[in-house]
Design a protein around this ligand. Sequence first.
Ligand SMILES: Cc1cc2nc3c(=O)[nH]c(=O)nc-3n(C[C@H](O)[C@H](O)[C@H](O)COP(=O)(O)OP(=O)(O)OC[C@H]3O[C@@H](n4cnc5c(N)ncnc54)[C@H](O)[C@@H]3O)c2cc1C
Length: 460
Amino acid sequence: MSANAIVVGSGVMGASIAFSLAKRGYAVTVVDKKSGPAQGSTGATSAIVRFTYSLRDSIAMAWESKHLWENLRGHVQAPESEPVADFIRTGMAVIDIPGLLPDTIRTDFADLSIPYADWDAADLARELPGVDTSNHYPPKRPDDPAFLNDSDEPATALYTSDGGYISDPVLATENFARAAKRHGAQFLYNAEVIGVRHSVSDEDYRASEGNHDASDVRPEDGATGQSSAAWTLNLSDGRVLDADVVVNAAGPWSSRFNELAGVGSDHGVSLTPLRQEVHTLPAESTVIRSDGTPIPALLDAGIGTYMRAEVGGQLLIGGSEPECDELEWVEDPDTVSMSVRPEQFETQALRAAKRFTDITIPNRARGVVGVYDASTDWTPIYDRSEADGFYQAIGTSGNQFKNAPLVGEAMAELIDAVEHGHDHDHDPVRIALGHTGGELNLGTFSRLRSPAGTSGNVMG
Ligand SMILES: Cc1cc2nc3c(=O)[nH]c(=O)nc-3n(C[C@H](O)[C@H](O)[C@H](O)COP(=O)(O)OP(=O)(O)OC[C@H]3O[C@@H](n4cnc5c(N)ncnc54)[C@H](O)[C@@H]3O)c2cc1C
């Protein structure tokens, strides 16, 4: 009989994991408290695809995932009649600022066969018409008198021609969800998981005497009394589900869901929700070049932003957590104001106007609000938990949409290995990278790690 798996969360991660598990024969149920897919952080994502991470395994994951996005239809085995999200290849330039790019990145790119080029100011001017080619580091706020200062220092950038973005992140999530359904998965919406119980075997229960978690019950105490499944989940609509495997893919609600399940006590990194705004403004002449192609995406941490062309001749502007900005850490993602704040819009638009000189700043603030599930080292946890059968794909830190196709496969392989007795904590599972060669050590994303040395911001 196939194992029952419940995936909590129908964002891009939950949908991709559901597909990869269902494809391997698991009987999958995805549960989400929202009314449809991609209504958490996925719905607000900028969906940029880039390879500039601090850790080699993160770079390898993004590079392999790019190849999966390029053939999403093939990956999810979608019929020709189904629209699928596109990968828009624009290239990506990362403006060099002190401490952002690790010394090892060019070696890692060369080892992984990721094409790159070092750009000087003339390259920037050629590829991004209307760009100001100065280095404006360090980032400042517009009310700082130094904000208006010109800089004589020319900017340089690390350019990767294979960067870009996914055209429609909601459609991409639906593509994974439909693929999962074709393999028998069911999706339950408007259903919040409000209770989690773990049945431990009598033997395990005795072995951990005096050390039981609030959610532990003996098998015979289980809610249904009929199933041998280890986990019982109570839903807000009154339904009770049993499962052998539970996957936390709850995005910024992940820590809250772990608490509900009584897991997470052994984490070496902590996770905190972080409110974010992403703004858009009309800038057709800036984002579309004379040959009709969109400009490369730009990570411009020297002014505190990342930017890319958005459909409809818009410039999309997100933040890179500069030290001069106060970060909005939140306790409860459900209480976050989802309205764009005019002062934040103005700050980011003025920053963008320092880089792109012919931008006109509109009076009306436009954009979206989302919440990151930020980890201490801006690197995700893709792992089991201390409780058998409970897995985690969390802490995605504003930088993991691009990795979703591979995360599905990686989590399914990890779950399969651990469910068959593999000791992942001591001998981390490695997965083969089918398109780009080599393998990925999933131990890099262990919950037990001490915080890794990374950029300390959304770059990861
Ligand atoms: C503003 C913004 C910009 C970003 N830009 C980029 C980018 O350019 N490139 C990139 O690679 N990444 C980016 N990211 C990050 C990326 O979007 C996320 O890493 C990714 O979307 C996380 O997906 P998820 O499925 O883990 O979480 P979510 O999409 O948040 O899904 C979690 C789901 O879990 C459900 N849930 C939670 N608790 C429960 C419960 N108890 N019961 C039932 N359901 C529950 C929620 O309703 C939600 O639908 C960005 C993120 C944001 C917010």
